[in-house]
Design a binder for this molecule. Structure first.
Ligand SMILES: NC(=O)c1ccc[n+]([C@@H]2O[C@H](COP(=O)([O-])OP(=O)(O)OC[C@H]3O[C@@H](n4cnc5c(N)ncnc54)[C@H](O)[C@@H]3O)[C@@H](O)[C@H]2O)c1
Length: 375
């Protein structure tokens, strides 16, 4: 592969909670440099720049674009701003990395993807767990046929609402997340959902299930869904009752995989070949071998200081930058981005239908009216 001739100039827009993860993962990539950060709050931009040695700070996006001419801009602002900012940046000639959720709905998503076509720039969405080392291994093992044809996927997200972010959302009925069409879920379920769509071919599976509310809250906090396709099925659980965890189980015709992104482990269960009681020994032996492999792998990575919570982000950034430098396809195809957004729309419509509400909270204005006030 030819060496890129110059370092890509990266700028970051939105210096809140997730910005630090972006800046620290970008810092691990040699082929790029962060040239500027921008936030409507000057102090946040200034502090992020100071923490990560970024040379320039801005509170005005137009000024940042005209003065530093970034090749790529990372959008790390709240969801309701993603579509307008993406379109503006694409039309200004920048490639765009936008955090999940891509947009508020599929209509916005279609507009952004049309701007991608029109501008001839690239876009990437923050589906970073697909580039986590354990997920890459899972895909490799599936492609090598280790579990046969995938028939069912089980995707779990543990999200205690008493955590730092959940508590803020719960305490403030006017929090921007509470105003999203899918509320708390819109800000979070893309992760467990794209872990399903990455392995499920069916575009329009039937949706069963819904959301419900823990008694002490006044907005939906739990979600259990099943997706039924013709040859594949899946389930998604979002629970605030369990500790933080990102677990996926993939069941195939010859065995199954369990991927635990937090523990950085992957477990392969093959259908036992030995008969009767011998099978019980064979399966436990498999578990022992798996555990030894995971232990050795994590010890090795620990020794190299190579265990990072946002490792998937670095992998996705690197692949996206490489695709720009080499003129190849972006790591997450636009139709997959749109597909997840469409499915989220269907999920929220379905959940609202199930509990008979027209929207997720009691605010009477439409989400877009609410959102436009924040822009
Ligand atoms: N990939 C992940 O695991 C992950 C984790 C957390 C958040 N996120 C996503 O990242 C996005 C940001 O979340 P957050 O928790 O960091 O939000 P945040 O509210 O902490 O930070 C957002 C920042 O954007 C700034 N901002 C808002 N509008 C702006 C504009 N028009 N121009 C410039 N700055 C603007 C705000 O002042 C704020 O500092 C959301 O879409 C969220 O879902 C992703």
């Amino acid at each position: 592969m030819p060496e890129p001739t110059h370092k890509l100039k990266i700028a970051l827009l939105g210096c809140g909670q997730i910005a630090d993860a972006h800046l620290s993962q970008i810092a691990r990539i040699d082929s790029v440099e962060v040239v500027a950060v921008c936030d409507v709050h000057e102090d946040l931009a200034y502090q992020a720049a100071a923490r990560f040695n970024v040379p320039k700070t801005y509170t005005n996006l137009d000024r940042m674009i005209s003065e530093v001419r970034p090749d790529v801009v990372h959008i790390t602002t709240p969801a309701h701003t993603h579509a307008d900012l993406s379109i503006k940046l694409l039309n200004a000639g920048c490639h765009v990395y936008v955090e999940k959720p891509f947009t508020l709905d599929a209509t916005e998503s279609a507009s952004v993807l049309a701007a991608v076509e029109f501008s001839n720039r690239s876009i990437c969405v923050g589906h970073d767990q697909l580039f986590d080392p354990m997920w890459l291994r899972c895909r490799d093992w599936i492609q090598r046929g280790l579990i046969g044809k995938v028939g069912h996927i089980e995707s779990i997200l543990g999200y205690p609402i008493a955590g730092n972010f959940g508590a803020l959302v719960a305490a403030n009925p006017n929090h921007s997340v509470r105003k999203l069409p899918g509320g708390l879920f819109q800000n979070t379920i893309s992760h467990p959902l794209y872990r399903i769509t990455d392995l499920m071919d069916e575009d329009q599976p039937k949706i069963i299930g819904g959301w419900h509310t823990q008694p002490e809250y006044d907005f939906p906090t739990e979600m259990q869904l099943s997706f039924q396709g013709r040859t594949q099925s899946a389930s998604l659980t979002f629970s605030t009752h369990i500790p933080p965890q990102r677990i996926t189980r993939v069941y195939g015709s010859k065995g199954s995989l369990e991927i635990d992104i937090d523990a950085q482990t992957i477990r392969l269960n093959k259908i036992a070949k030995l008969p009767g009681a011998f099978a019980k020994l064979e399966v436990s032996w498999q578990h022992l071998r798996n555990a030894s492999w995971n232990f050795a792998n994590n010890c090795w990575r620990f020794a190299k200081a190579d265990i990072h919570y946002f490792a998937g982000m670095k992998g996705l950034f690197e692949t996206f930058y490489g695709s720009i430098q080499n003129g190849t396809d972006p790591p997450i195809p636009p139709h997959q981005i749109h597909r997840v957004t469409q499915l989220m729309d269907r999920i929220f419509d379905h959940c609202r239908e199930q509990d008979g509400t027209s929207r997720i909270n009691n605010v009477s204005t439409t989400p877009n009216q609410e959102v436009s006030k924040c822009l």
